[in-house]
Design a binder for this molecule. Structure first.
Ligand code: FAS
Ligand code: PHB
Length: 388
């Protein structure tokens, strides 16, 4: 089998890249290890930057997003006795859209099916060969058969645990990692959102976030110790702790109900450089992970995919420069979003092991934010998404 571009991973990165390349007439194929139901069952991001919304619209998958997505012009931060509304629209002229990553993934799958793009599920043992040569190929097993795809380029969109990043020789990789001493316990409940916008809460007991998917579906998170397991948290215990971490007036407004999904995600900041080796290019979580506090994970995957798709399209049109520049261009935006995600995490989570000085610095940072339009503008411009 031969394809121009072989994409490993059928999450948002791989699917969006495939759609953009096929819209440009290029021959791309997606190899996904899991079933479609498995991929769609993952509950992850919920906040889309305008840049991602624009790409989805341009790619012809914005219809449901426009009908069901919510525009948010701001967010509320309550922490250390302060209550700060960050007015994205007034400060930056931009907004964000609330639309679950699951729905983005579903829309991408549906459109790729509609145009007959090859997305192979159940691809096992995907291995990249010859990435540093002019003739890479990928081997894998599918439906019990050994398969091989010869291609011009390989796109590693296989997330943090996939094989692509590890295909780059370790001595050529520069990896930067910071593991946070806590995780996020997330629940999905068929209850109305706490507020019409997201509420980020910092409390001595720990961070909390009240988010949503639609007017009848809430997504809430609690900072929990890394030793906690989902089974340690009954719904009643979750709601009681969430109430403790909110100001009384907001806690009184909270509508509780049974969880329909509950999971704990560890938090880390991780970046692997470069995002390219020969004819292998990394995009999304395959190259970087951010703590979800800044709602950047999915949105960074989008800017990587935009840069890579445009560079590959240019390459086939005879201009090799964008592809040569891809890794440096993507990493510049990745590091800035990683900085923002790290700073939001530092400001709003509790770090009891780091003592009283950090706690006072956190309280001072929120007090400064509350009193400074410049500080609020800086937070807002990062949250809505820095330019591509
Ligand atoms: P993904 O991990 O989504 O997709 C990679 C795909 O590659 C997967 O489908 C996987 O099955 C496949 N794959 C892996 N190995 C393979 C192999 N060997 N062969 C073939 N396929 C293979 N971001 C936010 O902005 N907000 C959030 O609240 C948030 N919550 C998150 C919670 C969790 C538990 C996780 C893990 C991430 C969360 N993220 C969040 C980040 C998340 O949204 C990612 O940024 C986003 O999924 C990135 O998309 P991809 O790069 O496509 O990677
Ligand atoms: C979510 O709704 O899942 C969400 C929103 C904002 C974040 C993280 C997660 O910062």
């Amino acid at each position: 089998m031969r394809n121009q571009i072989c994409i490993i991973g059928g999450g948002p990165s791989g699917l969006l890249l495939c759609l953009l390349l096929r819209r440009a007439g290029l021959d791309a194929i997606v190899l996904e290890q899991r079933s479609r139901d498995y991929v769609l069952a993952r509950i992850r991001a919920g906040v889309l930057e305008q840049g991602l919304v624009d790409i989805l619209r341009a790619a012809g998958v914005g219809k449901r997003l426009e009908a069901e997505g919510f525009t948010h012009d701001g967010t509320l931060i309550v922490a250390h006795g302060q209550r700060v509304h960050i007015d994205f629209k007034a400060l930056t002229g931009k907004s964000v859209t609330i639309y679950g990553q699951t729905e983005v993934t579903r829309d991408l799958y549906d459109e790729l099916d509609r145009i007959g793009a090859p997305v192979l599920h159940g691809a096992e043992g995907v291995t990249i060969h010859g990435a540093a040569t002019d003739a890479p190929h990928v081997t894998f097993r599918h439906d019990g058969q050994d398969r091989r795809i010869d291609c011009d380029y390989v796109a590693g969109c296989d997330g943090f645990h996939g094989p692509s990043r590890r295909t780059i020789p370790e001595k050529l990789r520069r990896q930067f990692e910071h593991v946070y001493p806590f995780g996020w316990l997330g629940i999905l409940s068929e209850t109305p959102p706490l507020q019409h916008e997201l509420v980020y809460a910092g409390h001595d007991r720990g961070f909390a976030l009240c988010s949503m998917r639609n007017a009848g579906l809430s997504r809430h998170y609690l900072q929990v110790p890394l030793t906690d397991e989902v089974g340690d948290w009954s719904d009643a215990a979750f709601w009681a702790e969430l109430r403790r971490r909110l100001p009384a007036d907001l806690a009184d407004q909270l509508v509780t109900g049974p969880s329909i999904e509950k999971s704990i995600a560890p938090l880390r900041s991780f970046i692997s450089e470069p995002m390219r080796w020969g004819r292998l290019f990394l995009a999304g979580d395959a190259a970087h992970i951010v703590p979800p506090t800044g709602a950047k994970g999915l949105n960074l995957a989008a800017s990587d995919v935009w840069y890579l798709s445009q560079a590959l399209i240019a390459r086939y049109a005879g201009d090799a420069e964008p592809l040569e520049a891809y890794s440096a261009r993507a990493l510049s935006r990745v590091w800035k979003a990683s900085r923002f995600s790290w700073s939001m995490t530092r400001m709003l989570h509790s770090f009891p092991a780091e003592g009283a000085f950090l706690a006072r610095m956190q309280a001072t940072e929120v007090e400064y934010l509350a009193g400074s339009q410049a500080a609020q503008t800086a937070l807002a411009e990062n949250y809505v998404g820095l330019p591509y």
